[in-house]
Design a protein around this ligand. Sequence first.
Ligand SMILES: [Zn+2]
Ligand SMILES: [Zn+2]
Ligand SMILES: [Zn+2]
Length: 144
Amino acid sequence: MIASEILKIHEIKKTPGRIAIINALQQNDQPLSETEIKSGMNEMYDRITFYRNIQTLTTAGIVHKIVIDNTIIKYELSCSGKEHTHHNEHAHFYCEECHSVTCLKQIKIPEFNLPEGFMYDDSDIIIKGTCKKCSHQITTKDLE
Ligand SMILES: [Zn+2]
Ligand SMILES: [Zn+2]
Ligand SMILES: [Zn+2]
């Protein structure tokens, strides 16, 4: 589904900034930081508009925000065409060596039995450790 169609389905006004954000996220299968999204937007980027757009897209459920800590925030597209589910359904891995965030699509977020009166919106499981690339480097270094 192209960016303008996604916005249309959600009844959100099409703006070049919103389209650029969706395009950037679609081109990558891993979550992106603001800086990474910005690099694909060129002169279209401005900080205030970016935040407003991200806010609109997140509220609409089009974009899922992954908060690692207050300095590392990543975004990914959560509006998938066919099933059109908005809940983040997989865990994320944060590498403490290279600070990358990887989608772990094989690790599903379970259904939570919330106490009465609580309403579910979204959740995220963030696993911290060393990613495949970095753990490989550590092992080869040890062998030398
Ligand atoms: Zn959607
Ligand atoms: Zn790493
Ligand atoms: Zn993900």
